[in-house]
Design a protein around this ligand. Structure first.
Ligand SMILES: Nc1nc2c(ncn2[C@@H]2O[C@H](COP(=O)(O)OP(=O)(O)O)[C@@H](O)[C@H]2O)c(=O)[nH]1
Ligand SMILES: [Mg+2]
Ligand SMILES: [Zn+2]
Length: 295
């Protein structure tokens, strides 16, 4: 029996599509994974047993250890994330952005931010975006797929990585990936006015291999809401606002929560523009929500 290794590119209705040297094998999964409560997911490196070479059919025999494991979206082994957003259409959701940043920080995966649809910005919008993301602790790349702005900046970051693109629906993830691979392989949503339903909205995560970049890209379905990982308690929250770390040694109180404490160096850094104001506001907002829950 021949066994080969590959990577799961798609998972649909109990079938797994495995990339093996650019060829796709359709596989079922062994029941034994279900007993262990491990479900194969997109990005998993797997060993498959070939049942039929001609039809390219097999069975997943083994799931290799994951180097990263996301719940939302359900994907594994990602080495970097691009959170894609639009400032105007759909309007940017800052709470969702920061929750995603926290969750990816928990996974310890490098995260970048893409602001797409910059072609829609007037001068005032550009100013607002610059102000909003001033001294932001993650790379922020302004992009227009429509006008092909900064596509190469992104391409240059993709070599030898498994890069995942995620964010709300309609921000242009699939369009961007299509532009990068210069082929139409990802579904692009064209909203039908009559039925108000996405026609080609991405419904499943999909991984593709790009020869030229020797890297994998993952397109994901958009989500409408995100919750902060359950592994985080209110006192850990500050650890995931990574930029606070440079300042908290200067706080007067050990264990300062950077909320109401006197002589808080984090708050001082916010006032002096060293810590991004929106980030700090989000921190306080999330902290207070935890606080309400625990009462
Ligand atoms: N104006 C403008 N529209 C864009 C741009 N990128 C994508 N779109 C449009 O935004 C809509 C949603 O795109 P899609 O790629 O399906 O978004 P996804 O849901 O994030 O995958 C489509 O109608 C695209 O044509 C852009 O850079 N500028
Ligand atoms: Mg899509
Ligand atoms: Zn403090």
């Amino acid at each position: 029996m021949v066994e080969i290794e590959g990577i799961i590119a798609k998972a649909i209705d109990g079938f797994y599509y495995i990339l093996v040297n650019k060829e796709e094998y359709c596989c079922r999964s062994r029941k034994k994974f279900r007993f262990k409560e491990i479900e194969p997911k997109v990005g998993d490196k797997v060993t498959i047993k070939i049942i039929d070479f001609e039809k390219r059919e097999g069975v997943i025999e083994k799931i290799h250890e994951r180097t990263s494991d996301f719940i939302r979206p359900q994907i594994s082994n990602v080495t970097q994330v691009f959170i894609v957003l639009a400032y105007l259409e759909p309007k940017v959701n800052l709470e969702m952005l920061n929750k995603m940043l926290i969750n990816f920080e928990v996974e310890g995966v490098k995260t970048n931010i893409i602001i797409n649809k910059c072609d829609l910005h007037g001068e005032e919008d550009d100013r607002e975006v610059n102000e909003l993301f001033k001294s932001f602790p993650y790379d922020v790349i302004k992009v227009s797929v429509k006008d092909r702005i900064n596509i190469n900046t992104i391409k240059n970051k993709l070599h030898n990585n498994i890069s995942c693109f995620c964010g709300a629906s309609g921000v242009g993830k699939s369009s961007l990936l299509n532009e990068i691979v210069s082929k139409n392989i990802m579904d692009i949503s064209t909203l039908s006015q009559k039925i108000k339903r996405g026609k080609h909205t991405t419904r499943f995560s999909q991984l593709i291999y790009i020869d030229e970049l020797d890297g994998y890209l993952i397109d994901t379905p958009g989500f409408t809401s995100v919750s902060i990982s359950k592994n985080i308690g209110m006192d850990d929250l500050k650890e995931y606002f990574i930029e606070f770390m440079d300042y908290y040694e200067g706080c007067k109180f050990r264990g300062c929560r950077h909320i109401n404490e006197a002589q808080c160096n984090v708050k001082k850094a916010v006032q002096h523009g060293k810590i991004n104001e929106m980030r700090y506001e989000m921190y306080v907002r999330f902290y207070n929500k935890f606080n309400q829950k625990e009462k």
